[in-house]
Write a protein that binds this ligand. Structure first.
Ligand code: UTP
Length: 277
């Protein structure tokens, strides 16, 4: 069982503008694929990987996330002993097994900045990061569980990657590196959202990371980059210069639920899965 990585950080402060008006008063992370909010899928993936301490970076208008991972006495009372009680079984299990802590990102200065805001909840230890809008599924081990295994071997920051069509590189952080094992790369370069003509490869970073805690000091010194935001890719590049970033081509499916197309694909996929199709 993994003992080194115990905490999982969920940066969940973004505005979710691509889902307006749904995200005007509802956090993007609470949008459900079938009946389960995106962030609960992420928490369950972390639990499966042996992480039980969830650290969530929220922002204004995100209180529904805290309420979701809490007991609703009124609701519990209302449906106790009725045929509907089973609807709460899964979320109750999650609440029992995990602890949750929260901090707020006051200004949305980018993913790197959101991760830095999480330092107070993480401290001086390696930790996982899940972007709940990247929804992952695998028949066997989840993506985080696979990454923890890679971390145990290399003991440095790990990013999950996926090959994307070259025309889509401008939506992702893109890596270059040397393949040192099947599907495992030592990262030598990283670029945030490059134009396809400037992209070093088509290997894109998806929303799963294991980070070593020196990333916080690096982030403190990282200036705003692409889009005027503090980018985690720029901080990771500093670690990569010392050979301390591994990219891992994970097994499984990933849906970009931050986009409407990806969200619809995920909904169809999980619906068919639930129906056993
Ligand atoms: P996105 O780039 O998807 O941004 O952030 P967004 O604001 O959530 O969505 P759009 O683009 O406006 O539709 C990637 C992840 O980083 C978090 C988001 O919550 C999401 O999980 N994030 C981003 C923060 O927590 N803070 C930020 O300042 C930026």
């Amino acid at each position: 069982m993994n003992k080194n990585v115990k905490k999982c950080l969920f940066p969940a402060a973004g505005y979710g503008t691509r889902f307006l008006p749904a995200t005007k008063a509802t956090p993007k992370e609470m949008l459900p694929v079938l009946t389960k909010p995106l962030i609960q899928y992420g928490v369950e993936e972390a639990l499966e990987a042996g992480l039980e301490t969830m650290a969530i970076v929220t922002g204004r208008g995100k209180r529904a996330i805290e309420d979701h991972f809490d007991i609703s006495y009124e609701l519990e009372n209302q449906i106790k002993g009725t045929s509907k009680e089973h609807y709460l079984t899964q979320i109750r299990g999650v609440i029992t097994k995990c602890t949750f802590s929260y901090t707020r990102q006051i200004e949305m200065k980018g993913l790197g900045h959101a991760i830095l805001c999480g330092e107070t909840l993480i401290g001086d230890e390696p930790f996982a990061v899940v972007l709940a809008d990247d929804l992952c599924d695998n028949k066997k081990d989840g993506v985080l569980a696979q990454m923890i295994e890679v971390y145990e071997k290399y003991k440095c920051s790990i990013v999950a990657i996926e090959e994307v069509p070259l025309e889509d590189t401008n939506k992702y952080g893109v890596i270059a590196g040397e393949e040192i094992e099947n599907g495992v790369y030592r990262v030598s370069d990283m670029v945030e959202k490059p134009d396809p003509k400037d992209a070093p490869t088509n290997m894109a970073i998806i929303g799963r990371y294991i980070l070593t805690p020196d990333i916080f000091d690096i982030l403190r010194d990282t200036k705003a980059g692409k889009g005027g935001e503090i980018q985690i890719t720029d901080a990771l590049l500093e670690q990569a210069k010392n050979g301390k970033v591994i990219a891992y081509k994970f097994n499984g499916k990933r849906f970009d639920c931050g986009s409407v197309d990806g969200f619809v694909d995920a909904t169809n996929y999980f619906y068919k899965k639930e129906k056993g199709e």
